[in-house]
Ligand binder design. Structure first.
Ligand code: MEV
Length: 309
């Protein structure tokens, strides 16, 4: 009775994806796992790691989210869910979405439901994600459910997702600024900028939209140098949306100086994580970050998203 959800890295397109611009995303190996067993005491609960049990409707956001997941999965028997994750929380790597997807998959097995496809799992996991993120584009739950590399576009009639085949494996160094960031607050900040300075917002949005198209081509043709360059440009435009920070800029510079092909924030910014694309070995970038007091890890993405994770 166990389920898995992948963590995610947005290569290009965070924030603007909320407004219908496509984003290029990869699901990564790190993620979340969940087990579901019958609750002998008749009371449903969700524990994350060694945290306190969350009860459906206990008045907390997590309790509301868990109740939403139980309803979305049609679970009526009392269930005890235990989830673990090796992703940092509030860091832009889709930790809450990975947890939501892992729990949905565990609940499906608990309820003996037929194996659902990735889109269906992602839609139900939104019941959890929405509690924490307010107005999520859905990109995080899509990555958590699919893994691999894909292009995601939010539309009024639901997400449009295309598999992006990877010509050459993408080796990514992912580093944490050490600063927690709230996606909800950052998305609201960009919405305020859009109201107050629509011309700045629109320029960044148009610029990032152009980068996404070119970045997809670079991934499909294996032109890693071009992809790195496009990531650097995306970072420049994201800084214009006021979502970069001093730590993020320091980490991007350090990664490029250590030989990365490109580096940018990933996720909501305001802290959280930086992603650097490297040619081959990620060690020099990880060391450069460690010397400056930042933790990181490396991951390689080799496949498009086609099919279930
Ligand atoms: C968060 O991982 C990505 C954002 O674009 C928000 C969203 O798409 O829901 C900042």
């Amino acid at each position: 009775m166990s389920g898995h959800g992948s963590g995610k890295v947005i290569l290009v397109g965070e924030h603007v994806v909320v407004y219908g611009v496509p984003a290029l995303v990869v699901g990564i190996e790190r993620g979340a796992d969940a087990d579901a067993v019958a609750a002998e005491d008749g009371v449903s609960s969700l524990t994350i790691g060694d945290g306190a049990p969350i009860r459906p409707g206990d008045g907390t956001d997590a309790g509301r989210g868990f109740a939403g997941l139980l309803a979305a999965c049609g679970v009526t028997r009392a269930v005890r869910v235990h989830a673990t994750t090796d992703l940092p929380a509030a860091a832009g790597l889709g930790c809450s979405a990975a947890l939501g997807v892992a729990v949905v998959r565990a609940l499906d097995q608990f309820g003996a439901r037929a194996k659902a496809d990735a889109d269906d799992v992602a839609t139900r996991a939104l019941a959890w994600e929405t509690v924490f993120h307010g107005n999520p584009s859905g990109v995080d739950v899509a990555a958590a459910a699919r893994g691999g590399c894909f292009r995601f576009r939010r539309t009024e009639s639901g997400p449009v997702i295309d598999d992006v085949p990877i010509a050459r494996p993408l080796t990514l160094a992912i580093g944490h600024t050490g600063v927690a960031s709230s996606t909800k607050a950052m998305v609201e900040g960009v919405a305020r900028l859009r109201e107050r300075r629509p011309e700045i917002f629109q320029k960044s949005l148009d610029g990032i939209a152009a980068l996404v198209g070119n970045a997809r081509l670079a991934i499909e043709t294996g032109d890693l140098g071009a992809l790195g360059h496009l990531m650097n440009l995306a970072q420049f435009l994201l800084a214009g949306l006021m979502v970069s920070t001093e730590e993020i800029e320091t980490m991007c510079r350090a990664a490029r100086d250590a030989g990365a092909l490109g580096a940018k924030l990933t996720g909501a910014g305001g802290g959280g994580c930086v992603v650097a694309l490297v040619e081959g070995d990620a060690t020099p970038v990880l060391e450069a970050w460690r010397e400056r007091g930042f933790d990181g890890f490396a991951t390689t993405v080799c496949r498009g998203a086609g099919g279930d994770a």
